[in-house]
Design a protein around this ligand. Structure first.
Ligand SMILES: *[C@@H]1O[C@H](CO)[C@@H](O)[C@H](O)[C@H]1NC(C)=O
Length: 220
């Protein structure tokens, strides 16, 4: 019996069942040889790789700043490219989801509601972290030498250190649940893995940039 008790119905899900069997079930309901799946995988992996390589190159050489004549213009341009890449990633994930079958096990009101809730939560995280950081702060301004005056610790950074990444992951998970899409779940899992790697790679580097500044200001 499907409950109409929206979202509260999730309490009835027995999480102990959602382990290995669930993973196997997901894999039985998808086609990994589909070209749209392959395109989405490439987009998911390529994006953080691209902005980390470009931003570190900029930090090392100031190549983009010289090219555009100003670190601000350079950062805005890179930000714009990153936005386009992320729009393309979302598009490719939607195409991959549409190309493959829905999964009847996910065709439930409570799953749908959980999906909507995740998308609302994810959007709140993404939008609020953009508002807290601004465009430059969101799009790797510190790599361009445009440092924030101090670390942002207010909402949503008091919930998670990387609200942009986890908010965006929550959005994709919500999309997959709303679409009852097993391939969407697999792609969301990949987004989470790729972002975890990116965070491990970016976190120490950003800290190092700020440490260099504090050393400099101590000497002055
Ligand atoms: C985070 O900050 C917001 C706004 O300042 C506050 O309402 C919320 O309770 C805080 N959350 C946590 C987990 O500290």
């Amino acid at each position: 019996m499907h409950t109409l008790d929206c979202c509260g119905g999730l309490n009835n899900v027995d999480f102990s069942e959602m382990d290995v069997t669930f993973m196997k079930d997901v894999l039985n309901h998808i086609n990994l040889h589909d070209s749209s799946f392959f395109v989405a995988v490439i987009a998911i992996i390529f994006n953080p790789f691209f902005w980390n390589v470009v931003a570190r190159w900029e930090h090392r050489t100031r190549g983009l700043t010289r090219l555009f004549g100003s670190p601000y213009v350079a950062c805005y341009c890179l930000g714009f490219v990153i936005i386009l890449l992320n729009v393309y990633r979302s598009h490719s994930m939607t195409v991959a989801m549409k190309a493959q079958a829905r999964w009847d096990m996910l065709e439930r009101t409570d799953v749908f509601c959980a999906g909507v809730a995740l998308m609302v939560f994810g959007t709140v995280l993404v939008v609020s972290s953009f508002l807290a950081l601004g465009f430059i702060g969101t799009f790797l301004g510190d790599y361009f030498g445009i440092l924030m005056d101090e670390r942002v610790t207010g909402f949503p950074f008091n919930i998670t250190e990387n609200p942009m990444y986890w908010g965006s992951t929550a959005n994709y998970l919500g999309l997959a649940l709303i679409g009852a899409s097993p391939i969407g779940l697999v792609l969301t899992g990949l987004v989470a893995v790729v972002y975890s790697v990116a965070i491990r790679f970016e976190g120490p580097f950003t800290e190092q940039i700020y440490e260099e500044r504090s050393h400099r200001s101590k000497r002055e």
